[in-house]
Every structure is written in structure tokens, then in C-alpha cells.
Ligand binder design. Structure first.
Ligand SMILES: Cc1cc2nc3c(=O)[nH]c(=O)nc-3n(C[C@H](O)[C@H](O)[C@H](O)COP(=O)(O)OP(=O)(O)OC[C@H]3O[C@@H](n4cnc5c(N)ncnc54)[C@H](O)[C@@H]3O)c2cc1C
Length: 464
């Protein structure tokens, strides 16, 4: 019997987020003769449209695929486009490829972003900042980083230009979620509904939205993994002036506080000066996130950032994401989605109401349900967040004002870590896992850098 002939590629990339895009970019640049396909669950960039308009559709209606998380540009497409160039946070890529190489690749990605439309955007840096000392004096630690803030609007422009450049050189298969991967004599078979294709090398870059799928694939192919951590907390929204001395100079400040009560680390995350708070849908669970625009016309009077507490679990518990999901589900159950509460109400042990929020000085930028976060967040996490708000109040007076808004819950899910070698390759030769889906990266810059790195590995190998 004749063997079925499937479409053949040199490289198949699964996922068109920053990891997948930068793999494709680098492979095309280094080895233009290679036949490359990108399988992506979501839509092309221009067809990605979240239906929430604040009027007819006020909250998440759980579209499949979710326009925010899936499609060309991945979870980063409508993000604030903050590319942090640092080994201090955003992932542990340096553990695999070395600190110097990781920074070199993050800078390389920055150069590409700049040349694809980001030239007018600003690079901020903590180097030489007087805030380091002020933070230290108040038991806070300011982490080192340079950050390119593209903004949601310019990020979109950069992605559009990258797509225009790649679309005739790479075969993009949108709305084509990969179901299974099989091992063949010469490489891999990728099965995606009606579409089946084979390749010599396969790069998996499925991000956070692909975390469950990744777990299944690792189980099916017996790729070793280790469970990781989950970060749980709230998104804080306050008048932009309260943080302007920090955000004007640093844009994003990553500050860590060690709580007195439990000696847990609480950290600021994803700061959006003059930005908006948004819903995020991960596998049907609605959590909160934020972004901001570079265009002055799109700026709001509020700044938002997350306060997160990292929760690491030890044996026998392995399902750290399941723990985070259960907490997020509680807020979805009580609030039908995200809950918002005034800090003053939380401190007084009462729920917020629509009228109390309307009377307050901070007007919410997300239509969330007024409620009580103490019914959702575990005491240890909530206590840590409250302690940190008072610590931040010392360097940014007004943070602990009654009207400061807290949205919950913000959960940062980490994919379980896939066992990889220093080529970011699994136990199977030619099967690579990169970006957030690998559990190694948690950011735009690290995910993109991992894409370039693997593309270079493949380009070198296929020449030799
Ligand atoms: C609202 C928001 C704001 C953010 N802001 C920032 C920020 O300012 N700075 C920062 O550093 N990070 C930010 N992040 C995180 C950042 O977006 C991610 O770290 C980054 O996108 C990870 O890139 P990735 O390529 O690994 O995965 P993703 O960007 O998640 O892309 C993975 C892609 O794979 C596709 N996929 C999944 N499963 C399959 C499958 N089975 N078959 C085919 N395709 C599949 C998905 O549809 C998706 O398009 C933000 C995230 C969100 C949601």
C-alpha cells in the first residue's frame, strides 16, 4: 500500500507569538531557502478583534479563539509592548544560554523592533537612578533593567510590518490549532484537524494559552517536565500623578518587597502609566491585566500595575496552575468576572459598591464588578499585598489612599518547565520548545530572544 504523502517542510513552527515570529524571522534571514510553515490557532493580526467595547459587550464572552491571546503576535499583540532587557526578571533563559548571550539576543530583538516601526519609541533605564537608594531606605528593592516601551499602538505597527515582510517567505496557517505531534523516521508529523504536515525540525512556541496542550504533548511523548510556580495578586489602579516621579524616569519599575509577617516576596509587575486595566482570558478563566498606549490621545489619567506574590509548591502538590485557577474561578463565581474593590473598603472589611466607587477619586478604566477581594484571596497573599501597598506609600505617597482601586484576581500562570538542553531542545533531536510555553520565559523579550536562539541553532545545523 502506498504511504500517504503529507506536505513536507524543513521547519514547522507551532504558534505565531513573539517566540514563533522571531524564529521565523531569523530562519528566513539566515536560511532563505528553507521551507517553513507556521501553524497558529488564532487569526491574522488584522482579524483579531476582542468584542468587549464597554457598551454592548462589557465583559469577556469567552470567544474561541480568544482574540487577545491567540493569533499573529500571540499574547503580546495587544500588550503594552514593554520589552525589558534584563536577566533579573522575565524568565530564566540565561540558565540555558548564558547571561551574555541572553542580553545580546534581547538587544538584537530590540534593534529589529526599532527598525520595523519602533524608532520613535523610548528606551528607559534604571542605571544611575536615585530611586534605587530611596527604595532601599524603605525596605524595597528596585530591580535593574532597560525597557523599550513600544506601547500597544506601535507594538501593533511593528507586528504588522514583520508580518508583511514574512508572509511571502513563510507559509502561515491561521485558525489551524495543532492537535498532535508524532515522531517519524526523519523528523516530526504535525496533525492539525484536516491538515497534516511533516518536517525535519519542529519549534513549539505555544505560549501561556497553549499550556494545557503542552502538558498533554509532553505526556504523550514522555518528555520530562517539572511543575513550577504561580503568582497571585491584584492589579492596582491609582491617579497617574502618584507614580509619575517613578514612571517619568523609569517607565516600568520592578520593585520587590519582603513581607514582615511571612517573609514572602511581593513584587510590582507590568506597570502601565496613563494606561487601562483589561480582562485576560486564559483557558476560559477571566483574570485581569493592563496596558497603555504610546499615542498621547489614548492616555488615561490613571496608572496601573500588578502586585503579585509568588507561590512555589513542594511535593506532593504539583498543580500550581490549578491552584491559581481555583482562586481566579472564585472571583469569577462571585463577580461574574473580575472584582474591583477600593483599598479603603478592603481595609474596613466591607465590599465595595457601585456608588462608593463612583463617589471615589479614581475612576475605574475597566468595568469590573464591585466586591470583596478578601472573600477570594488567601489571607497570606492578601496580607502581603496590603503590607506592600503601605511600603509603596512611603516612596509614592497616596498609594495607600482609600480610593486606590484593586482588581482581582491577577494570576500569572507559569507553564510547567519542559526539560530542555542548552539548545532549548527536548529529549528528541530537532524538537525544540521556546517562549512562555517552555516555562523558561515569561516575557516578550525573553520569548523573542529564545526564538532567535533556536533559529540560529537550526540554521547552523542545517548548513553543516
Ligand atoms: C494583556 C497582556 C499584556 C502583556 N504585556 C506584556 C508586556 O508589556 N511586556 C512583556 O514582556 N510581556 C507582556 N505580556 C506577556 C507576553 O505577551 C508573553 O510573555 C509573550 O507573548 C510570550 O510569547 P510566546 O511567543 O512565548 O507566546 P504567546 O505570545 O502566548 O504566543 C503563543 C501562540 O501560540 C498559539 N498556539 C497555542 N497553542 C497552539 C496550538 N496547539 N496550535 C497552534 N497554535 C497554538 C497561540 O494562539 C498564540 O498565538 C503580556 C501578556 C498579556 C496577555
Amino acid at each position: 500500500m502506498d504511504r500517504i504523502q503529507y506536505a513536507q517542510y524543513d521547519v514547522i513552527i507551532i504558534g505565531a507569538g513573539p517566540g514563533g515570529i522571531f524564529s521565523a524571522y531569523e530562519l528566513v534571514k539566515k536560511r532563505p531557502e528553507l521551507k517553513i510553515a507556521v501553524f497558529e490557532s488564532g487569526n491574522p493580526l488584522e482579524k483579531r478583534k476582542c468584542p468587549i467595547d464597554g457598551k454592548k459587550v462589557k465583559s469577556c464572552i469567552k470567544c474561541k479563539p480568544c482574540a487577545i491571546m491567540n493569533g499573529f503576535g500571540g499574547a503580546g499583540a495587544f500588550s503594552d509592548g514593554k520589552y525589558n532587557i534584563t536577566n533579573d526578571f522575565g524568565g530564566t533563559l540565561y540558565e540555558y544560554i548564558g547571561k551574555e548571550k541572553a542580553l545580546e539576543l534581547m538587544k538584537y530583538v530590540d534593534d529589529i523592533n526599532v527598525s520595523y516601526g519602533g524608532a520613535q519609541t523610548k528606551m528607559y533605564s534604571t542605571a544611575g537612578s536615585e530611586f534605587k537608594k530611596i527604595c532601599m531606605q524603605n525596605k524595597l528593592k528596585l530591580l535593574d533593567a532597560s525597557v523599550r516601551h513600544l506601547g500597544t499602538d506601535i507594538n501593533y505597527v511593528v507586528l504588522g510590518k514583520l508580518y508583511d515582510d514574512l508572509k511571502d517567505k513563510v507559509e502561515f496557517k491561521f485558525r489551524t490549532p495543532v492537535d498532535r505531534i508524532e515522531i517519524t523516521d526523519n523528523g516530526y508529523r504535525v496533525l492539525a484537524g484536516e491538515e497534516t504536515a511533516e518536517c525535519r525540525q519542529c519549534i513549539i512556541s505555544v505560549g501561556r494559552s497553549g499550556s494545557k496542550w503542552m502538558e498533554r504533548i509532553c505526556g504523550e511523548l514522555q518528555i520530562p517536565t517539572k511543575s513550577n510556580r504561580v503568582d497571585i495578586g491584584v492589579r492596582v489602579e491609582l491617579p497617574a500623578v502618584i507614580f509619575s516621579h517613578l514612571t517619568d524616569q523609569l517607565y516600568e519599575s520592578k520593585i520587590v518587597y519582603r513581607t514582615e509577617k511571612f517573609e514572602d516576596n511581593v513584587r510590582t509587575f507590568c506597570m502601565n502609566p496613563n494606561g487601562i486595566v483589561v480582562n485576560e482570558n486564559t483557558n476560559g478563566i477571566v483574570t485581569v491585566n493592563g496596558h497603555s498606549f504610546e499615542d498621547p490621545a489614548m492616555k488615561t489619567e490613571n496608572t496601573n500595575f500588578a502586585l503579585l506574590v509568588a507561590k512555589h509548591f513542594s511535593e506532593p502538590f504539583k498543580d500550581s496552575n490549578g491552584y491559581g485557577e481555583s482562586i481566579a474561578r472564585l472571583s469569577n463565581m462571585l463577580g461574574g468576572g473580575v472584582i474591583v474593590q477600593r483599598f479603603g473598603d478592603l481595609e474596613r472589611g466591607r465590599r465595595s459598591t457601585r456608588s462608593r466607587i463612583e463617589e471615589g477619586l479614581v475612576q475605574p478604566t475597566l468595568a469590573a464588578t464591585p466586591g470583596d477581594l478578601s472573600l477570594v484571596l488567601p489571607k497570606r497573599i492578601l496580607d502581603g499585598i496590603i503590607e506592600m501597598i503601605y511600603a509603596l506609600d512611603k516612596i509614592a505617597p497616596g498609594t495607600a489612599n482609600d480610593d486606590t482601586l484593586l482588581y482581582g484576581v491577577e494570576v500569572k500562570f507559569y507553564n510547567m518547565e519542559v526539560e530542555l538542553n542548552n539548545r532549548l531542545e527536548t529529549i528528541y533531536k530537532g524538537l525544540y520548545v521556546i517562549g512562555d510555553g517552555s516555562g523558561v520565559t515569561h516575557s516578550l523579550s525573553h520569548a523573542s530572544a529564545s526564538g532567535v536562539y533556536v533559529a540560529d541553532v537550526i540554521a547552523d545545523e542545517m548548513t553543516s
